[in-house]
Design a protein. Structure first.
Length: 123
């Protein structure tokens, strides 16, 4: 199974004990290194106020992936993100990979409703 397929499986179908133990050494970083820690998948509900993705970041995080599992567009940005200022993430789409540490706060907001986002982090 390709790494991208395993990541999609983790995001879309939950994760088994096997995928939970999957080590991210298989994922190439743009800087030429590789991740050596763990992968953590979480689900976050986003409404009309900025919501951290996720609320508690993975320690030593190096990469963050976001999938919009809801039926609406959500908007990605910093702590003060609004629907007017955020980068749109349409339904059933992935946001481009973010190579960010646990200190970088990424948030999402929507114009209405309870919107399900799936988050995967690697360290």
């Amino acid at each position: 199974m390709h790494t991208s397929d395993l990541l999609r499986q983790v995001l879309l179908q939950g994760y088994s004990q096997e995928s939970q133990a999957f080590r991210t050494k298989l994922i190439d970083n743009p800087d030429g290194g590789s991740l050596e820690g763990e992968i953590r998948a979480t689900s976050v509900t986003v409404g009309n106020t900025p919501t951290p993705l996720p609320e508690t970041p993975l320690k030593k995080r190096q990469v963050l992936l976001i999938y919009n599992n809801s039926g609406r567009t959500v908007y990605i940005g910093g702590a003060g993100v609004t629907v007017q200022s955020g980068t749109p993430l349409k339904r059933d789409k992935f946001f481009p990979q973010l190579d960010v540490s646990e200190d970088v706060i990424i948030c999402a907001v929507a114009d209405k409703g309870q919107n399900d986002l799936r988050i995967i982090e690697g360290s």
